[in-house]
Design a protein. Structure first.
Length: 280
């Protein structure tokens, strides 16, 4: 490879590097896009052709989407998911930002490790305690109960993502604001908050996706009254009952909202993932 670069002119080396980079990216990302394409294309396939994966050419039908939209609670459950994931993301982002600021500025490493441990614990271990407490206080099958449960996902994740952005903001900027007459609260809102906006956008999107995709909490704590979109997809996961095309259609409908949200703010997301406020 080194010898080939020496033989090529400078412009040729640049083109070769770009081609290799693109090829590696396609090799890594390609399988993931294929999975989504297969799910989308299979959602138009009749059930009698579903278990013949070698068949790619067939007449697409809309019956699977019609069945899911008209004869299930998919639309209502997508709304439930938007409400639960949206509020859990907003609360988790606010708590995560304040906690990350405290950890980063006051070097609270023990608190950071405690939050990390909560993130490492599988959600399924908390389901039985959640269910028992919720049954006593009347939070089973409620929006409030599911939003509080989803904070187990969004707060630890938000803290650890935002810590990196807060640490990249020089403390001297806050000190300059204090000298100019700002209180600590004013310095936070006028200095820290604007500079951490890219990180907040990236953190909010990632928290929303993790909350949106969660299945176990909604299945156990939400029941049939406050069911979410992933639970609706699970109802079609019975190959003996047919409905495999409906399952693919339901999975596609669950994926579409998150896809368009990320697509709409992809620039802010990319900026938030690659930048941390300003460099020291």
């Amino acid at each position: 490879m080194v010898a080939l670069k020496r033989l090529l002119p400078k412009r040729g080396r640049k083109i070769l590097e770009e081609l290799i980079t693109q090829a590696v990216m396609i090799a890594i990302v390609g399988p993931f896009f294929f999975i989504f394409f297969y799910m989308f294309w299979s959602s138009f396939k009749p059930d009698y052709l579903f278990f013949e994966p070698g068949i790619w050419s067939f007449e697409p039908i809309w019956d699977n989407y019609t069945e899911v939209i008209e004869n299930s609670d998919m639309v209502r459950n997508i709304g439930n998911s938007l409400i639960i994931s949206g509020f859990a993301t907003l609360i988790g982002l606010a708590c995560g930002l304040l906690t990350a600021y405290s950890v980063a500025r006051y070097n609270l490493q023990k608190l950071a490790m405690a939050i990390l441990l909560t993130r490492m614990i599988p959600y399924i271990t908390a389901l039985v305690p959640f269910w028992m407490v919720y049954k006593q206080v009347g939070l089973l099958n409620t929006y409030t109960g599911l939003i509080l449960a989803h904070l187990v996902i969004t707060i630890p994740f938000g803290v650890w993502i935002m810590m990196g952005f807060i640490e990249d903001i020089p403390k001297e900027l806050e000190e300059a604001a204090w000298i100019d007459g700002c209180s600590k609260a004013q310095g936070f809102f006028k200095v820290i908050l604007p500079l951490s906006t890219p990180g907040m956008v990236a953190t909010a999107i990632l928290c929303f996706i993790f909350s949106w995709n969660n299945f176990q909490l909604a299945l156990v704590l939400g029941g049939f009254d406050v069911s979410t979109a992933p639970v609706t997809v699970f109802k079609y996961a019975d190959p003996e009952a047919g409905g495999s095309g409906q399952m693919m259609a339901a999975a596609t409908l669950v994926t579409v909202p998150v896809f368009f949200i990320v697509l709409a703010i992809q620039k802010q997301l990319a900026s938030g993932l690659t930048m941390g406020g300003i460099s020291k």
